[in-house]
Design a protein around this ligand. Structure first.
Ligand code: 6PG
Length: 231
């Protein structure tokens, strides 16, 4: 199902639509298209009903060029009538990334995403869960959880020399629908690993989404799909 249909379905069923946005260059194009006055869906979507969240954030203030919030704000949120009180950003300006994670965990209490957008990195990371992440070592990673689980974590990304705040694998598996947006030949190995490769989530974090089965929908351009057996 496409983004518009998923939003309309959630709106009809529940009256509000909980949407989780992602960073990266591929979603930026989607956000700009959604905000485009000349396109039909700009006028048809129930923007007033959207509650907007993020799957991960860089540990920077919201006006920083690296901020995922800033990217989505500039490309989409500033251009459509989503009420300000319904924009739930990760407060990554807090000095300690762990405080930002705890704060966001509270914000997410009781929320189940109707639509969760995710990209995948060429190293197969999703949100800010990178290869070798300690979040992938937990016994319950990738499995339905029991009891109190952690939904948000602060993680040190050594190769980027920065803290990130990210949803945990358990939380990512909770969404009613996850839309994977993938473009470019540099993603071909990650897409193959996600859909057809042998199981090794520590090396290919995107594989944790296998546990969500048909609740994950893939939108892949031709170069990114190049290594797949099936067309
Ligand atoms: C981020 C993202 C990250 C992103 C992938 C794919 O903060 O960078 O949340 O997980 O989705 O890196 O990004 P591209 O679409 O730019 O390749």
């Amino acid at each position: 199902m496409c983004w518009k249909a998923l939003i309309e379905q959630a709106h009809d069923e529940r009256g509000t639509v909980d949407v989780c946005l992602t960073g990266g260059s591929t979603p930026r194009t989607l956000y700009s298209l959604l905000a485009d006055e000349a396109r039909p869906w700009r006028r048809r979507l129930p923007w007033h009903a959207l509650e907007v969240f993020w799957g991960d954030e860089r540990h920077v203030p919201p006006d920083d060029p690296e901020s995922n919030y800033r990217m989505a704000f500039e490309a989409l949120i500033s251009k459509v009538p989503i009420p300000k009180t319904q924009v739930h950003r990760i407060r990554a300006e807090l000095d300690d990334a762990h405080d930002a994670a705890r704060d966001y965990e509270r914000e997410l209490d009781g929320v189940t995403f109707d639509v969760q957008l995710l990209g995948v990195g060429d190293d197969a990371h999703i949100a800010s869960i990178f290869p070798g992440s300690p979040l992938l070592d937990r016994a319950d990673a990738g499995r339905p959880s029991t009891g109190r689980r952690q939904d948000v974590a602060a993680v040190w990304a050594a190769h980027l020399n920065m803290w990130r705040i990210t949803l945990t694998p358990e939380r990512l598996l909770d969404a009613r629908t996850t839309m994977m947006l993938v473009a470019g030949g540099n993603k071909a190995a990650a897409v193959y690993a996600a859909l057809e490769g042998p199981e090794d989530p520590r090396r290919w974090p995107v594989q944790i989404l296998r546990a969500a089965g048909a609740r994950v929908e893939w939108f892949i351009d031709r170069p990114a799909a190049a290594d797949l057996r099936a067309p």
